[in-house]
Design a protein around this ligand. Structure first.
Ligand code: N01
Length: 545
């Protein structure tokens, strides 16, 4: 087993992951003079954006606000080309940031951490990678990402299938050539919605296996023009200020008319039915994934939610020509927003193509795979390639898939067996000097993730600064603070439509995963203020020694 410099050197901090949060954490801690390394499983920076190379992958938050704000250096020298950036452009951006800030020298690539154990005698974390390298660090900064652990569907016979099987989040660097191929895709979530129209254009035949239709709205992507950049120069600070002071707005629609935007802070009931319709139409025409979040009570008032849902349902029939396919694609029986709403380009239009078939696997069950393809409702569908857009073990999977042990050798996976608990989604009692960005109990996936990451990275770095300046060797959430925060996270969903959620937001997509809300639904602003209060009061929810 190779022992890396680690055995000689105890790092001040080890950062897990070199995606958006990891790069920022590395920069921030290093700027304080700390000795820091980041370990990254992939051969390059990018995190989730490195792995999600599937055709059509792009972000559904506007590029102008899907980027760092922590250094003015990064406002200069980078220009986004499209309103919603393609995966390749986001990857290039993160690579540019890593070079500009000189981060690569402190990142170990191809280094997947498989174990992290807290050494109580020494007050440090011991890490081991898949390749057998070992590291020691006083602080463990997890930037492993909320949606990074892919899951495959458990379908009988899948291992016997002789065609190619690809998960969207493990797309090969050389994308397969689909020309003349019969392709199947499992899922109609955000990844599938982006991939389907592109794969449909390239392959001979595409069969879409859908279990639950999702709410969908068109992105209305377009190139960014000189005029857009002029607007941005004038409005950058204001837009960032608004984002920082907003509960739910993630910035999927930054150039939307002010009046339409401001309605998001008001109850739908303050508007006439006609005005509400106009607002939904304006949002739909503008594009982006937040058509249904037009008013502040979308998740609290079932009637408001149903009106938004119905608006989006009505659009399907105007695009999909075959009424039976349109009906199959129509989401019913669950509230808008309780599954992540999808955004794309020409998703519904793809079902008007002759080479695309939609199979609703709730009515036509997938029986099993064979070497040649899949049997559905007694019929063999021959396939050359199966794309699994089947999602992720979200928010907890990245850490529970590591053998991560805290005080007394207790594993995080066991500790979270009945549902994750933490203080502020950042610190877990019994796991000293471990800090999470985008962890369960934080609002990250319900907000502009890049913005929330930045806030959490700065906040955690402040906490570490506090420990360093006071000579404190050990820092962890108190049991009381953790219980209080976890109760608060769970109580917030009571009486809201979140209670009825049946999606990865509550772990429903992973067999055996406890059904609890994984994200903090109280909104970004409330969360930021709560974190600031914690810091302002000298971290009362933490025990130091
Ligand atoms: O995964 P998902 P995703 N048999 O979990 C189906 C972010 N993201 O990769 O709904 C059959 O949403 C499953 O069906 P059901 C974004 O936060 C962002 O698409 O569980 N089907 C569903 O249709 C997003 O939410 C961007 O009934 C099975 C699909 O697979 C998150 O990542 C782009 C199945 C999984 O959908 C995850 O998105 C991409 C089975 N056994 C992703 N198991 C943008 O920024 C699962 N399914 C635009």
């Amino acid at each position: 087993m190779s022992e890396v410099s680690s055995t000689a050197t105890v790092l001040d901090a080890l950062v897990l992951g070199a995606g958006f949060a990891g790069l920022h954490a590395l920069y921030r801690l290093r700027s304080n003079g700390m000795k820091v390394l980041a370990l990254e499983a992939a051969p390059d920076v990018g995190g989730a954006w490195y792995w999600n190379r599937y055709p059509g992958a792009r972000c559904d938050v506007e590029s102008l606000v899907y980027c760092y704000t922590f250094s003015p250096l990064l406002d200069e020298g980078w220009k986004w080309t499209e309103r919603y950036a393609k995966r390749d452009e986001i990857q290039a951006y993160l690579s540019w940031v890593a070079d500009k800030l000189g981060l690569r020298r402190d990142i170990r690539f191809n280094s997947r951490v498989v174990s992290a154990v807290f050494d109580e005698q020494e007050n440090l974390w011991r890490f081991r990678t898949e390749g057998g390298d070992t590291y020691r660090a006083r602080h463990f900064f997890s930037a492993a990402g909320p949606i990074t652990t892919p899951i495959m569907p458990d379908i009988p016979g899948l291992k016997d299938f002789e065609g190619q099987v690809i998960h969207t989040a493990r797309w090969p660097e050389r994308s397969p050539d689909f020309a003349g191929k019969r392709v199947g895709i499992i899922g109609t979530g955000s990844s599938a919605v982006q991939a389907i129209p592109i794969v449909a254009e390239q392959c001979e035949r595409l069969t879409v296996f859908m279990r639950t239709p999702n709410f969908y709205s068109p992105a209305r992507n377009r190139p960014l023009t000189a005029a857009d950049y002029q607007w941005w120069e004038k409005n950058r600070e204001l837009t960032r200020h608004r984002l920082q002071n907003c509960l739910r707005w993630g910035g999927g629609d930054i150039m939307l008319d002010d009046e339409i935007n401001d309605a998001m802070f008001r109850s739908a009931r303050e508007f006439t039915p006609q005005r509400r319709r106009e607002i939904y139409e304006a949002r739909y025409a503008n594009g982006g994934g937040v058509v249904g979040w037009a008013f502040c009570d979308a998740m609290a008032d079932p009637e408001v939610n149903e009106e938004a849902a119905d608006f989006l349902r009505s659009k399907i029939r105007t695009i999909v020509k075959d009424p039976r396919t349109a009906e199959k694609l129509t989401p019913r029986g669950y509230a808008y927003g309780t599954k992540r709403c999808t955004v794309g380009t020409d998703f519904y239009e793809a079902f008007n193509r002759d080479n695309v078939e939609l199979i609703d696997i709730k009515s036509e069950r997938i029986e099993r795979f064979t070497p040649e393809g899949v049997i559905v409702g007694g019929r063999l569908i021959k396939l050359d390639v199966l794309i699994s857009a089947s999602g992720f073990d979200a928010l907890t999977g990245a850490l529970t898939s590591i053998d991560l042990r805290g005080v007394g050798g207790k594993s995080l996976k066991e500790s979270w067996a009945q549902g994750p608990h933490s203080h502020l989604g950042i610190s877990v009692h019994g796991f000293p000097n471990l800090y999470m960005v985008g962890g369960p109990g934080s609002p990250s996936v319900l907000t502009n993730v890049v913005m929330t990451n930045e806030m959490q990275v700065e906040w955690i770095a402040g906490l570490i600064d506090h420990c360093e300046s006071q000579g404190l060797r050990r820092c962890e959430a108190t049991r009381e603070a953790e219980e209080q925060w976890t109760r608060h996270v769970n109580e917030l969903v009571k009486g809201t439509l979140w209670e009825s959620a049946n999606s990865w937001y509550v772990g429903a997509n992973v067999p055996g995963k406890p059904r609890v809300i994984l994200a903090y639904v109280g909104g970004y602003l409330t969360y930021r203020q709560r974190c600031e209060q914690e810091r302002g009061q000298g971290y009362p929810g933490f025990a130091f020694s």
